[in-house]
Design a protein around this ligand. Structure first.
Ligand code: SDX
Length: 428
């Protein structure tokens, strides 16, 4: 027997079905609300209370600080899995066997070459261009060189588009970085792992030999796992929305990169380091910046704090904080910005403004400290987030298409001028 919710409007009652998920989440299904009521819609600015879809990919509980990919806890995956395994898990729903994982990686490597003409597009950007703008543009440009990636009605065509973007995106990310640094654009090596290959493409010297640092590979692999998916966040909802019109996978990912760029979303990891550096330059007075964050007349917010969903610790932040300590120790790096971050966190967790609003460190608060220790410049922090989130965007886009979700088309409440007559120019 389907549970129901009853809505009463002007004395008339309407029954709406209740949908219950496998984790006992409850939703009122309002799919027929407008037709049942003759025009009534709901209003939910920023969709804080609105589910856009049913999904089997990621479960998170913001109150309890739980995050699971396809049922596996983020803590276990971060400790025991590698990023390519997690890509397979998110996209296809199960942890791969060794044979499946080897074939997946082989197919990705076979599709990792980027047309040389893409370098000419990259040449057109000034070195000062923000890498997120370059990456979004180059990802969109990939469509021109891979037209078969657009109309992917069959699962086979979809698979081909998926391994193409998973192969080419790390190359575009590395090339975007090297272009800024004035370094030659090249590839890594087919014998390397997915993350190790990316690091080599990023950092190998044009002339010297390259030896990878296992600490760096492990740390980045873990960071990418922690960023891989996060249910219907701003950029993933964008990817789904664009894909719902049956626009291709690559252009949908390009739009997700654009959404992730914003400082309220993925751009926060860059903003956190810039904030910590500003506090350091200002003499390290964290209390002064805490006061600014609480001052309603001051637009300053404590970057890396707060979350649309987590009203408890972001489980990813806990793992990254621990990893930051071990990476810095392992690499013998003293980063006083980490000490400022820890002082800020301690103060915020004892301050009623933050406690009352349930503002805790999020995934972006500590990640930049590790990226910096790995030698990644601050303007490349959000591209790192995009590299991590790529499998999540792909998985969500694939699920949306396989479930044949309808084209996204929210309604509105009009609050503009009511009907009025045209006034000729000479009479205005
Ligand atoms: C990501 O959605 C996802 O899943 C995103 C993400 C993912 O993996 O995809 O987790 C990645 O985007 C993490 C968030 C990164 N952004 C930042 O760190 C930027 C700083 N954070 C804030 O801008 C803010 O917390 C948001 C945007 C993240 C969340 O905003 P909400 O939930 O809409 O919170 P709100 O704006 O309703 O604020 C509630 C109250 C307000 O005060 P009051 O009006 O109640 O007095 O908390 C205050 C806000 O002013 N507040 C902050 C604050 N965040 C919220 N005050 C100071 N500093 C902050 N960071």
């Amino acid at each position: 027997m389907t549970k129901k919710a009853t809505l009463e409007i002007d004395g008339k009652k309407y029954d709406l079905p209740i949908v219950e998920g496998t984790e006992k989440e409850i939703a009122v299904d309002i799919s027929s609300l407008r037709s049942d009521t003759g025009g009534v819609v709901t209003l939910d600015r920023g969709y804080k209370n609105t589910g856009s879809c049913e999904s089997s990919i990621t479960f998170l509980d913001g109150e309890k600080g739980i995050l699971r990919y396809r049922g596996y806890s983020i803590e276990e995956l971060a400790e025991k899995a590698n990023f390519l395994e997690v890509c397979y898990l998110l996209i296809f729903g199960e942890l791969p066997t060794k044979t499946q994982l080897d074939k997946f990686h082989k197919d990705i490597k076979a599709q990792s070459h980027v047309d040389e003409d893409v370098k000419r597009i990259l040449d057109g950007f000034p070195k000062s261009a923000h890498p997120m703008g370059v990456l979004s543009s180059l990802t969109a440009a990939l469509v021109a060189f891979n037209p078969s990636s657009v109309n992917v009605e069959s699962e086979e065509d979809m698979y081909k588009a998926i391994v193409k973007i998973l192969g080419k995106f790390p190359v575009l990310t590395a090339w975007t970085y090297r272009k800024r640094m004035g370094l030659p654009l090249d590839y890594g090596g087919d014998s390397l792992g997915y993350v190790e290959n990316f690091i080599k493409m990023m950092f190998k010297s044009p002339s010297g030999d390259y030896t990878s640092n296992p600490t760096v590979v492990d740390a980045l692999d873990k960071l990418l796992i922690l960023h891989a998916d996060h249910e219907q966040n701003c950029s993933t909802s964008t990817v789904r929305m664009v894909g719902s019109s049956h626009a291709g996978l690559f252009i949908s990912i390009s739009s997700g990169i654009a959404a992730l760029w914003g400082p309220l979303h993925g751009g926060a990891n860059q903003a956190v380091i810039e904030m910590l550096e500003a506090i350091k330059a200002d003499g390290g007075d964290t209390k002064k910046f805490m006061a600014k964050a609480k001052d309603k007349n001051d637009p300053f917010r404590l970057m890396g704090f707060g979350h649309r969903v987590y009203k408890n610790f972001d489980p990813r932040a806990k793992i990254i904080k621990k990893a930051a300590d071990s990476v810095l120790e392992n690499m013998g790096i003293e980063d006083d910005v980490l000490d400022i971050a820890k002082a800020l966190e301690k103060e915020a967790l004892e301050d009623s403004y933050f406690v009352d609003r349930k503002l805790y460190p999020n995934v972006d608060f500590y990640s930049g400290i590790i990226y910096r220790a790995l030698g990644i410049p601050v303007e490349m922090f959000t591209p790192m987030f995009a590299l991590g989130r790529l499998p999540g965007w792909v998985a969500q886009w694939r699920e949306m298409r396989l479930r044949k979700e309808p084209i996204g088309r929210p309604r509105q409440i009009y609050v503009g001028e009511t009907k009025r007559d045209y006034i000729p120019l000479e009479d205005r």
